[in-house]
Design a binder for this molecule. Structure first.
Ligand code: SF4
Ligand code: SF4
Length: 445
């Protein structure tokens, strides 16, 4: 690992430009609002104390102020003040994982995630995913495995010659399910036993493309716990990938489509099984803050959002689990922990499984390096974080590691493979492990 910052005294602050407000600057210029005006107050909230530095994975590994939250905020403010060219931000902002580990530790409550999204929206080329293409890819991967092409590709060594480490990522993609197992939008699944409420489930785009079996098990678990589950018709991608890539306009459009679809479901709670998607749903009020009607609807919408583990613990009927003789550890998803504040509930559910020994892994709250497309764009930094995570995993002696976000799950599977732990340790979504040992899982059509 590179330089280890932190300790009782945070490093000295970056020198910042002269202070002022976005309004001052706009009126001084007499023209349109300056760039980044929407987060200028947030930039001003940073008091440069440096408490966020030890929490930041990129600062820990790269050891440079420009790759710390405080340094990034200083650079963004300098650009907003016209003292620095926007290009100077490219590398520091692109290297940011967006994990938001800097937020819970900030005494000033700086909403760094909002600064990051606004900066990306202003300064970066937009690279956004295509939901239909993702689903098509998911189906294609299933056929690829089913037809034996995967074995052939491995035997011929062709995967090792793929560009951009794609061969390594390919090997981490497991547990493919046939496209016919996808649950249709508009479907309603009844509760087992006495009904405790009606749940609208967000299937997501990456999860539905690559891990739709996990979605199916999520619905089964919710039904087993006494919820009627509906898959709202017209639901779409949560918009997190668009927002993180700087495409705020598309993120807002998707948010409105989801709000309308989920409102029409008549559900008590809106549930996600993906830490990043759930975090984005909870951020809809911020995303739609400049449109009063939509903002009011987004506030009501966000108040109903729950992570699946959170809902099961708070309102679910006790699930009948058979014994599992295994040592298990849990990796926090950054957005589930730092944005949704869900930490205890997945652990509480795992502890309910008889015979399961839950052990805490050192730095389980640190980013695994997945961070959307980060592992593709910054492979070396991502793998540094991942390999360190695998060293911690090895020390727990666990044979199963669970997590609550599809991207983290795929990254952990890649890490297990890189660490030579295949066959000895497996990574699962927490929902999949719980479904595996649940004795009353209803059958779905
Ligand atoms: S972001 Fe928060 S913790 Fe970090 S330097 Fe600014 S005020 Fe301090
Ligand atoms: S979001 Fe994560 S990587 Fe980015 S500045 Fe904050 S702690 Fe560092």
């Amino acid at each position: 690992m590179a330089k280890q910052p932190g300790g009782s005294r945070p490093p000295s602050p970056t020198r910042l430009p002269a202070e002022g407000t976005a309004g001052d600057r706009a009126s001084a210029g007499g023209g349109a609002p300056p760039p980044l005006a929407g987060v200028y107050d947030e930039l001003m909230n940073c008091m440069r104390c440096g408490f966020c530095l030890p929490a930041c994975p990129t600062y820990r590994h790269l050891g440079r102020e420009t790759h710390s939250p405080r340094g990034r905020i200083a650079l963004v403010k300098a650009v907003a003040d016209g003292q620095l060219a926007a290009e100077s931000l490219t590398l520091p902002i692109d290297l940011c994982l967006g994990c938001r580990a800097c937020e819970p530790v900030c005494p000033a409550g700086v909403a760094y995630g909002h600064i990051l999204e606004e900066t990306r929206a202003h300064l970066f080329e937009r690279v956004v995913p295509n939901v239909r293409l993702l689903r098509w890819l998911g189906g294609l991967l299933w056929f690829y495995e089913k037809l034996g092409l995967r074995r052939l590709a491995r035997a011929t060594g062709i995967l090792a010659r793929l560009p951009g480490h794609l061969g390594e990522f390919e090997a981490a993609l497991t547990d493919f399910a046939p496209p016919t197992e996808r649950l249709p939008q508009g479907a309603v699944y009844p509760a087992v036993g006495e009904q405790r409420g009606r749940v609208a489930f967000l299937t997501g785009c990456v999860a539905e493309a690559l891990l739709h079996r996990t979605n199916r098990r999520t619905v089964q678990l919710l039904c087993a716990a006494g919820f009627e589950v509906v898959l709202p018709k017209g639901q779409t991608c949560c918009g997190a990938l668009h927002a993180h890539a700087g495409d705020a306009a598309t993120a807002r459009r998707l948010a409105k489509e989801n709000i309308a679809a989920f409102e029409a479901s008549g559900a008590d709670w809106y549930v996600s099984n993906a830490g990043g998607c759930g975090a984005q749903l909870r951020e809809y009020p911020h995303l739609l803050r400049e449109e009063p009607d939509w903002h009011a609807r987004a506030e009501k919408f966000a108040a109903r959002v729950r992570d699946v583990a959170e809902l099961l613990v708070a309102h679910g009927a006790p699930l009948p689990f058979r014994a599992l003789d295994a040592r298990v550890t849990y990796q926090d998803s950054c957005h589930l922990l730092n944005v949704q504040k869900v930490k205890a509930q997945p652990r509480a559910l795992l502890r309910r499984v008889p015979g399961l020994e839950l052990v805490e892994m050192a730095e389980c709250d640190r980013c695994c390096g997945s961070a959307g497309s980060y592992s593709l764009r910054h492979f070396d930094t991502s793998m540094k974080l991942l390999d360190e995570k695998m060293a911690h995993l090895r020390r727990t002696g666990a044979t199963i590691i669970t997590t609550g976000n599809p991207g983290c799950l795929l990254q952990l599977r890649l890490g297990i493979q890189r660490a030579g732990l295949t066959g000895r340790v497996r990574a699962e979504h927490t929902v999949d492990l719980l479904a595996e040992v649940c004795e009353q899982l209803p059958r779905l059509p």
